[in-house]
Design a protein around this ligand. Sequence first.
Ligand code: ATP
Ligand code: MG
Length: 344
Amino acid sequence: MSGEDVVSTGSTDGTGSSTHGTGSAAPGGQVLVLAGGLSHERDVSLRSGRRVAEALRGSGLDVAERDVDASLLAALRSDRPACVVPMLHGETGEDGAIREVLELLDVPYVGAPPAACRTAFDKPVAKAVVARAGIDTPEGVCLPHETFRELGAAQVMAALVARLGLPLMVKPAKSGSALGCSVVRTAEELPSAMVNAFAYGDVALLERFVVGLEVAVPVIDDGSGPRALPAVAIRPDGGVYDYTARYTAGSTEFTTPAPLDEALTALVARVAVTAHEVLGLRDVSRSDLIVDADGRVWFLEVNVAPGFTETSTVPLAIQAAGLDLGKVCASLVQAAVARSIPQE
Ligand SMILES: Nc1ncnc2c1ncn2[C@@H]1O[C@H](COP(=O)(O)OP(=O)(O)OP(=O)(O)O)[C@@H](O)[C@H]1O
Ligand SMILES: [Mg+2]
């Protein structure tokens, strides 16, 4: 399915600048890809946005790309797009804020609604929601910066190590691209890991470290119900899937479909679809999971605006499923436009 019956068809020359559309404006209107923003993941967002915009153009849609700034609202009002594709990562992109504004303006957009984004983007909250649905998630402790100041950092950290053991994982409660995340192997490494996490937000999540195969499982719903795409196994050269391992071509080995037996393949798919459903997500999500040696699947987090860069896992999974990136993106646009049309 392409978006052509709902959204207009434009040229596919792909030569547009970052703020101008390509192709002819036609009755159905233009698709607007939002990318950039002020988050720490601005660069990643620009790369994701560019790739999605080009893929949509390749499917024959009229597409413009635009950053998020003080001129956005006026532009949305004066030149109303048929649909917005928010390719914004990090805080303002994934916490629901931009989608809240799109709702205010009644502009259709691809992706989960604001309240679901807020829940999903807050890792401790998302973990609690999926755990209630019977999904395993690593034991964790969530603490704000103040607690360390009030109660004495050394004593709180000693209690954390005693509970979670070593190694343990420290991460900001709300962040992305592994920014502020550290593996802590000795108690001496914990203070600097906490400082690193608090650089990205006031609340840190500390988790028991899970040893196993990391897999990313995208879920796509073009209107016919959420379905998992093939899982992508992630093996970073340096052992840690950090920012560099994510966005430096060749520094991580991706295998898709992931080398899992039939039962585990079905299980990771089920976990990702369940997370998508119980969190109230829509259109597209990506769950990050670890499969341990006992075949237990651990939910780490879910992304409501997953990366679509050249080294991102969602495009790899789309390709492995035998699907075309442009057509998948166009079908998501189609679904977003269709639900915005009032039902009789
Ligand atoms: N409990 C854990 N045990 C082992 N490894 C973990 C654990 N939590 C996180 N990791 C590792 O740290 C990475 C970053 O963690 P996580 O996915 O929670 O953060 P993120 O910054 O939101 O990433 P993303 O870019 O996917 O949004 C994971 O991809 C995984 O490699
Ligand atoms: Mg992740």
